[in-house]
Ligand binder design. Sequence first.
Ligand code: ARG
Length: 358
Amino acid sequence: MDAAVTFLQQFAAEHPGSGDPRRRIAEVAAEIGRHGTYTHTPEELAFGARVAWRNSARCIGRLYWNNLTVRDMRHVEDPDTIAAQCFEHLRLATNGGRIRPVITVFAPDRPGRPGPTLLGEQLVRYADDPRTAHRVALARELGWKGGETPFEVLPLLVQPGSGRPEFYEIPEDAVLEVPLSHPRHPGFAALGLRWYAVPAVCDMPLEIGGVLYPAAPFNGWYMGTEIGSRNLADTDRYDLLPTVAALFGLDTANDRTLWRDRALVELNLAVLHSYEQAGVTIADHHTESTRFLSHVERESRHGRPVPTDWSWIVPPLSGSATAVFHRYYDPPDPDLRPAFLHRTPTCPLGGFPGAAGQ
Ligand code: ARG
């Protein structure tokens, strides 16, 4: 009830035309008295989802928080329809390459009746990515036969509120992928690297006004460094810096030749170049840094803090060459709501202790 009141007051404060929140609060109190929970209006749901994005201290892309497309699928609980709506989410978000930020909100937790969840980190993930080992194992347990070739898209795993999880092969027309090439090195394409267009996070429950939506996949567009500096380069991911260094003939004899740094730049260049060539939205880290500082400025004009985790906002390439490096920010506040939460490590496939997450 406290969380509901705080949220409804915030909703009213940010919707000047909406009048005194007391009537709505009384209505919600009665509903909670009868059912132990309450139902958000579509406007409250959309506002809550957008503010959860605005509150995400680790996200550099928050300038566009108010442009999130919110798909209200709260009536959807059965696994087949959830899967179908996740595929539709991917198609809408992909939009032929002009990526749109989208969230799809499925049924909430209710007293004695947990909502469905999506197992795994994102709607689209590759089976040979070391981060997905758990989900691959579970998919195989459930009868999935794939996972033999590089960059194979994992099936979607839907855990209904009660009962066994189900797996669903993601239809090809729902997953846009970009083959990676380099603007100057003709041999790069032969490495056979690729990545997908839409990063749709599905392991972060959405909490609005005391109501928890455990399945609420959301996406923005990629910033190149997520792929070029982390997914393809981290030693516990695709670990490709040695491969790229060899291709470019870099001297890897000792650390001081900066071969890793040079390989990182070539790999990031390839990512940005390939997405652009394919007509798929991607941002470089310089542009996204500038946008983030515009966001901080605009929010301060509205008198709102911008909780920010410096270590996540500074890009993992050329940090000090981007504007976001050179200052401090309002500290993250773990109690701030609405929010996308981190699933607890004990939950199935919800990450691992101290997970660096997305
Ligand atoms: N870093 C994650 C990945 O590389 C995606 C997290 C969300 N990213 C985004 N641009 N919305 O897959």
